[in-house]
Ligand binder design. Structure first.
Ligand code: F6R
Length: 242
């Protein structure tokens, strides 16, 4: 596990964007695993800037999102399908046919989870996975106590995560209770992982992930077993490290 500590969120975004751009240049049809939420937005916006300047192309890049809420109306602004369209597909000029999010409104949700695993396997697997981390140490929506070998499945969101994510929903609107998420076993199959975290609110989870025991109580700690993981932090997110 390689830990990179940078001065501020802007530096985290440019460092991570440069890594993604380099991998896209090396492997133009790479499979990119994408997180949503606020942590990677600086990275995505920097990638969009590089793309607009003509410095990088994502024409052949294939993307798989980590997770999606269950039961949101189609095209709800907080749905990850829409976030991905807004933050990645459009600004990076991705081919929409190459971008997938789990189908949180499928009639047969268990089948949707299986289909997602099959699609990931059929793609050849994720070359580079971008992750954020929850304040409770989750990655994807693998909440504490998630099985370390889990695959894509339906999970209940913890109270903490629902509170943390209320900011993405309109005032008074209910945050969904469930999601589809890639499992920890699924995420660990990515050939390379980069986790980004900024801000003091992430400091305890980051310290537990990097320095704590590997435990399902902090799902991100499983990354200690991954052979090619880089954790990119700003100083505030790194402030709990010894
Ligand atoms: C989102 C995801 C989550 C977030 C995490 C942090 O696709 O997989 O694990 O990365 O909840 O969210 P932010 O970045 O909003 O603090």
């Amino acid at each position: 596990m390689e830990v990179v500590i940078l001065a501020d969120p802007a530096a985290v975004g440019s460092h991570t964007a440069e890594l993604v751009a380099r991998r896209a240049a090396e492997t133009p049809d790479m499979v990119l695993g994408i997180a949503t939420g606020s942590s990677p937005l600086g990275t995505y916006r920097e990638l969009a800037r590089l793309h607009a300047q003509g410095d990088v192309t994502f024409d052949g890049v294939r993307c798989f999102a980590l997770d999606e809420y269950v039961g949101l109306p189609e095209r709800h602004p907080a749905s990850y399908a829409l976030v991905v369209e807004r933050e990645l597909t459009t600004p990076l000029g991705l081919d929409p046919a190459n971008v997938r999010t789990p189908d949180g409104s499928a009639a047969d949700i268990q089948q949707a989870c299986l289909d997602y695993e099959h699609a990931l396997a059929a793609s050849g697997g994720v070359d580079l996975q971008i992750l954020g981390i929850g304040t409770n140490g989750h990655i994807g929506f693998n909440e504490p106590t998630s099985s370390l070998a889990s695959r894509t499945r339906v999970k209940a969101l913890s109270q903490q995560t629902r509170m943390d994510n209320a900011r993405f929903f309109a005032k008074g609107e209910d945050v969904p209770t469930h999601c589809i998420t890639q499992g920890l076993g699924t995420i660990m199959e990515a050939r390379e992982i980069v986790l980004v975290a900024q801000g003091e609110a992430k400091a305890a989870a980051v310290a537990a992930a990097i320095e704590g025991p590997v435990s399902s109580m902090c799902p991100a700690s499983l990354l200690q077993f991954h052979p090619r993981t880089r954790i990119v932090l700003d100083e505030a997110a790194a402030s709990g490290l010894t």
